[in-house]
Structure formats: C-alpha cells, structure tokens
Design a protein around this ligand. Structure first.
Ligand code: PLP
Length: 416
C-alpha cells in the first residue's frame, strides 16, 4: 500500500508516514481516539468516495446508486440492531453535524437549550458561545456538584423548572460516571422539553451493554462513530420512529449535501464488528483498564476527578503535583504519551492552561494492553510528570515507551 502515493505526492506520503510512526511508537491515551480495523480502513479507502448519492436509499437525486444503496441500507439496519433503535440516519459527517440536525429536527433558532457546561465536561456543540449551538439557541448550563463532581439532578431539576428549556441535551466529552437517563427523561416530560442524548463517548460501551443506554428514553440520540465505537470518523443519529422524517429531512437537504458513501460503508463494517461477541470483551477490557489505570494513578498520589470511573476515561487533577494541564500535556508528549489537557470542575486555571488531563483507554486496549500493562503506563506518566523540566529524562522515558509499544503492533498499511 501507498506505493502510488509515494511516487505521486511525496510530501503527503511523508506526512502519513510520520503519523503512522507516531501511532505505532507512542501511547495513545486521548479518550476520543481509537485504532480502526483493517476492514474499516479498506472500506474508507474505497471507490465509494467517487459517488454522489444525495437523498436516501431508493430515493436518490443521482443515478447509479444501486451499490451504495446496499451499503447504506446495511449500515442503517446494523445501527438499529446494535442500539435497539427505531430509526437510524447514518449520514452525518461528524458528531457536530449530527447535533445540528438533532436540534433543528425538534426546535427553532432562539429556543432555549439546557446542556452541561463545557468546563464541567460538556461539548462545544452543547452550547459554547462560538459554536452554532451557542449562536442560534439560548443556552442555559448545568454544572457538576462542587463536592461530589457528579451531575446534581436536584439542582438540574430546579434549573429546568426555572428556565423551561425546549430541549435538554444530555451527554459529555469528559464525564466518567453514569448518566441517569431515566431521571432526565422524567424531568423532560414534566417540563415539556425534548430530550436529546449525545453518547459520542460512551457509544461502544453502550453497544456492548456495559453502560446504560438512553435509546428508550431520548427523542433523539446522537453519536460519533470513531471513539469507543472504533469506526471511521463520522456521526450517527438514532431516533424514535415518530421523528424519522424530521431527522432525515433536516439532515438532507437541511444540513448536508451528498453523503460520504465510503464513510457510510466503513460505518457499516464498524457496526458489523460491534455486533460480534468479541466487541463485548473488548469494551469490558476498556473499562477494566480505565479503572486499573485510575487506581494506579491514585496510589501514586494523583486525585481522580469524582474519585473514579464507570467508563473508558477519567481526569487527573494535577494541582497537588504543582503542574498545569498544559505543562503535563507537553511533558507527556515528549515522553511518547499523548493526552489532552482538560479543565477539571471549578478549575482555577483558564481553559488554555487547565489543572487537569483527560486519560482514556480505548486505543491502548485495541492494541491488546491489559491490566498489568496499566501499571507500566502509570509509571511512565508519573515519571514524565515528575521530570517535566528534564529533557534528558523525558527522552529516556520516550525510548522506554517506544520499546513497550513495539510489543503491541497496530495495522497501518505500511510494510515498514
Ligand atoms: N459530542 C461529543 C460528546 C463529543 O465528545 C464530540 C467530539 O469530541 C462531538 C460531539 C463532536 O464530534 P465531531 O468532532 O465528530 O464533530
């Protein structure tokens, strides 16, 4: 693979080669990333990228769609089966476009939306002022409780009663505990709000049945397909049958043009993989690894936000180590460990500095790492943070990390 690219475009070939080596030689602890299978990559790199297919299977605005129709129908059927959903739209280009479609299927610009504060774990598309969500809707936010760092449902209910949002957006990019979907549904019903749940982070765990599913409660569920679900980059919308027309129409022609048929075929492959029993074992291991890594870090004196995790991620509060999230991210990168800085709830530091880092296990678990490997990883992280200003030490750690990673090869399409 890549021989033609090497000849045709050396600069891009070299950038891909650099990324291949980075993915092979470094420890990927970004909670929203993963390694897709070879089959997903093949579908993604297929000639389906050449095809225009505006519309939906059987109702296209272009000829020649008989084969892409097959792929999209399979993707829809598998998504519905995987999440026990009444309707699935597999076309959103991303999680953000899925959320735009979800909002505009149910409410109008100017309406009030309630979401989790970004600096408490929410996502940009749940109401950040610079995002479409914050620009087109009136946003009210909830925070996590200062003491427990958990969603405070009593407080949430008071805000819903006072602000009367038309839509509650429940979901997060950085919340490691279980969402009480049933309780939020009760609130939504009582105060006549629509309920949208964004399961982008938890989707793989939910598909495997080891994290509660909101599908029976929510009017619309949105997700990405590339995080714990381990598929290609993209979005997915699930909904009650009664919203199927609104969702499909809002996605196309409302919010997108031609669907990315190569990505839809790759989503179908990913859903097929997720329907297999091995996927349940994988997700169990993701959770076990996250809990083990969090407990190793806690034993080394790091505070875990909310005290632990029920999913694939957790946040470390670095204040007791006298290092900011920004400094830790940089030092860890030099040591061959990739994480992202993240605000902790009620963070005294601004968002570009932060007091924490977010750590996730989906990618390292795909590589085959198990609980005992988490002990090594925790030591690498601790050593790097302790030596954050010592370039020589960081370089030595990165060599150790590279040797460690070599025991867990990934498929990259490169021979060497
Ligand atoms: N929703 C949540 C909860 C996310 O964490 C993310 C991405 O991190 C998204 C939506 C947006 O996905 P995308 O980056 O595909 O637009």
């Amino acid at each position: 693979m890549y021989e033609e690219l090497k000849k045709a475009d050396k600069e891009i070939y070299e950038s891909i080669r650099g990324e291949v080596l980075r993915q092979q030689n470094k420890l990927e602890l970004i909670a929203s990333e993963n390694y897709t299978s070879k089959a997903v990559l093949e579908a993604l790199g297929s000639v389906l990228t050449n095809k225009y297919a505006e519309g939906y299977p059987g109702k296209r605005y272009y000829g020649g769609c008989e084969y892409v129709d097959i792929a999209e129908r399979i993707a829809i059927d598998r998504a519905k089966k995987l999440f026990k959903a009444e309707h699935a739209n597999v076309q959103p280009h991303s999680g953000t476009t899925a959320n735009i479609t979800a909002y505009l299927s149910l409410i109008n610009p100017g309406d009030t939306v309630l979401g989790l504060n970004l600096s408490h774990g929410g996502h940009l598309s749940h109401g950040h002022p610079l995002n479409f969500s914050g620009r087109y809707f009136k946003i009210v936010t909830i925070n996590v409780n200062k003491d427990t760092e958990l969603i405070d449902y009593d407080e949430m209910e008071k805000i819903v009663e006072k602000e009367r949002p038309r839509l509650i957006m429940a979901g997060a990019s950085n919340y490691s505990r279980i969402w009480d979907w049933a309780r939020i549904k009760k609130m939504a019903d009582q105060w006549k709000a629509f309920l949208v749940t964004d399961i982008a982070h938890y989707a793989g765990l939910i598909a495997a049945g080891i994290y509660p599913s909101p599908v029976e409660y929510a009017d619309i569920v949105t997700t990405t397909t590339h995080k714990t679900l381990r598929g290609p980059r993209g979005g997915l919308i699930l909904s009650k049958a009664s919203y199927s027309k609104a969702v499909d129409r809002t996605n196309f022609p409302g919010n997108q043009g031609g669907p990315l048929m190569h990505a839809i075929a790759a989503k179908a492959v990913c859903f097929g993989e997720a329907l297999k029993p091995e996927f349940v074992n994988y997700q169990k291991q993701v959770l076990s690894n996250a809990r083990k890594l969090a407990s190793c870090m806690s034993d080394m004196g790091y505070r875990i936000v909310s005290g632990g995790t029920d999913c694939h991620l957790f946040s470390l509060d670095l204040r007791s180590k006298n290092v900011t999230g920004k400094e830790a991210e940089k030092a860890l990168d030099k040591a061959g460990i990739t994480v992202n800085k993240n605000t902790i709830p009620y963070d005294p530091q601004p968002p570009l500095i932060t007091s924490g880092i977010r750590v996730g296990t989906p990618a390292i678990t795909t590589r085959g790492m198990k609980e005992k490997d988490m002990e090594n990883i925790a030591s690498f992280i601790d050593e790097a943070i302790k030596n954050q200003k010592n370039e020589t030490a960081l370089k030595e750690i990165s060599s150790k990390v590279e040797r460690f990673c070599a025991q867990f090869p990934i498929y990259t399409g490169f021979e060497n």
